[in-house]
Design a protein around this ligand. Structure first.
Ligand SMILES: [Zn+2]
Length: 444
């Protein structure tokens, strides 16, 4: 018995964009019917007119930082920003909160803090640290979606990187239960060998995080994954030179996927003003020519998906010196319009954006039975978008706890009119309902 019908002239479905009526019961999509299908008795019709109905985005790379660094962000503010940006599911990274999500006890702490604060659905990645191999299987069984590891320093002392031997040991354990390892791939030796000069010049910072640090780390990772038959995912890929490595490994049967981020796709090194540390992230935003190749790789499928890597901090940690400023860009509320603006200019459609930011990210997390498409049986999670409406980014209008943004003053296309979670409108016209998000666990 349908309770709700969402009708739009443009619904993005796995079979293409078309006029349709989407019926919902118990928070789940029951059918995608022709546009003028009769509204079932007792169902409420929501006519979206010319606005586009998309599946809610699934952002698998978010640093919520709660508890412990809640002044940087928190579940309340992060999930409101996400809802305002058309995101209906996020998966929280295991680091920058205190404690990090590296034991089952710590996972329980995180879940306790998140519960009642989540405006959208929230899941958790676990962390793979030197010395916590014994915790990986219990975390997997407790429902984390996979494990994050660093190969170079993470930026916080409580989350140290894995060396080669520790990586092999963690990866072997994760492969034993067919889990997923997601990796910040920059090689520490290449980083140590790169020119290092602090200060406000972006060119100096860029030189300190060269492409070959990424390329070397990716090469080691895919080689190790191939040996062990393990499933690995390259986080926030920025170096275009690593793309052939990933494509070749995949062609040889290595189970590797890769993501990139809105800032690598929409901002370029050439335009970063000196001293503008709101643009600092690791790996860094690179040159325009590099960006063109990232887009090409999205187009040909070498890069699977686009996620925010939302990693905020307080404004005082984003001042003047690129060497010491916190590395991270806040993107939750702006990722859809930022990516859409650039995508439409490059000839891509909303179907492509949905594939990169919802369908494939849901698949990465194993959530594809529940999330990531407007299709029967999936949760009735939607973003309603006015794709041709433009707005200028006003930092003060962001729901992020800290209003530091690399997108200030940019004009972007794509206004999120409303966001729906399991058939309930949780964001509309700048207003939010009380938190209705659930805490998700990996499907067994
Ligand atoms: Zn990150």
């Amino acid at each position: 018995m349908a309770e709700l019908v969402l009708r739009s002239a443009r619904v993005v479905t796995p079979g293409g964009t078309r006029a349709a009526s989407v019926t919902v019961a118990d928070g789940v999509i029951t059918a995608v019917l022709p546009y003028d299908a009769p509204v079932p008795d007792g169902a409420r019709l929501q006519d979206l007119g010319d606005d586009v109905l998309l599946p809610g985005l699934v952002d698998t790379h978010v640093h919520v930082n709660d508890p412990g660094r809640t002044e940087w962000e928190g579940f309340w503010s992060a999930t409101r920003a996400a809802a305002a940006g058309g995101i209906t599911t996020l998966i929280d990274m295991p680091l920058n909160s205190l404690p990090p999500t590296t034991t089952v006890d710590h996972l329980h702490t995180k879940r306790r803090v998140a519960s009642g604060q989540a405006h959208i659905d929230v899941g958790f990645w676990g962390g793979a640290l030197p010395g916590n191999v014994k915790d990986l299987r219990p975390l997997h069984e407790a429902g984390v979606f996979g494990f994050k590891a660093f190969l170079s320093p993470s930026g916080v002392d409580e989350f140290p990187p894995l060396d080669e031997e520790q990586l092999a040991r963690s990866l072997a354990e994760i492969a034993a239960f067919d889990g997923l390892l997601i990796v910040h791939a920059e090689d520490p030796h290449r980083l140590a060998a790169a020119p290092r000069q602090g200060g406000p010049k972006y060119a100096d910072f860029l030189a300190s995080r060269p492409r070959d640090a990424e390329d070397t780390a990716v090469a080691h990772l895919v080689a190790r994954a191939g040996q062990l038959g393990a499933r690995v995912h390259v986080l926030h890929l920025s170096s275009c030179d690593a793309l052939p490595l990933i494509a070749a490994a995949r062609a040889e049967g290595v189970r590797v996927t890769a993501e990139t981020c809105p800032h690598y796709l929409t901002l370029t090194a050439e335009e970063v003003p000196d001293g503008a540390c709101e643009f600092k992230c690791c790996p860094p935003i690179r040159e325009a020519a590099n960006q063109d190749l990232l887009w090409q790789a999205l187009g040909d499928g070498t890069i699977d998906c686009v996620v925010t890597d939302h990693s905020p901090c307080t404004a005082d940690l984003k001042t003047g010196d690129f060497a010491t400023a916190w590395g991270g860009i806040s993107g939750l509320q702006l990722s859809l319009p930022a990516v859409w603006t650039e995508a439409r200019g490059r000839g891509y459609g909303l179907e492509d954006v949905v594939r990169w930011m919802s369908t494939r990210t849901a698949g990465l997390a194993g959530l594809d039975a529940r999330k990531g498409a407007v299709a029967p049986g999936r949760d009735a999670d939607f973003a309603v978008l006015a794709p041709d409406a433009a707005f200028t980014v006003d930092p003060a209008a962001l729901q992020h706890r800290n209003h530091v943004t690399a997108y200030a003053g940019r004009t972007l296309y794509g206004v999120v009119k409303s966001t729906w979670l399991r058939g309930e409108r949780v964001f509309h016209g700048g207003e939010f309902t009380e938190p209705k998000g659930r805490l998700l666990t990996r499907s067994p």
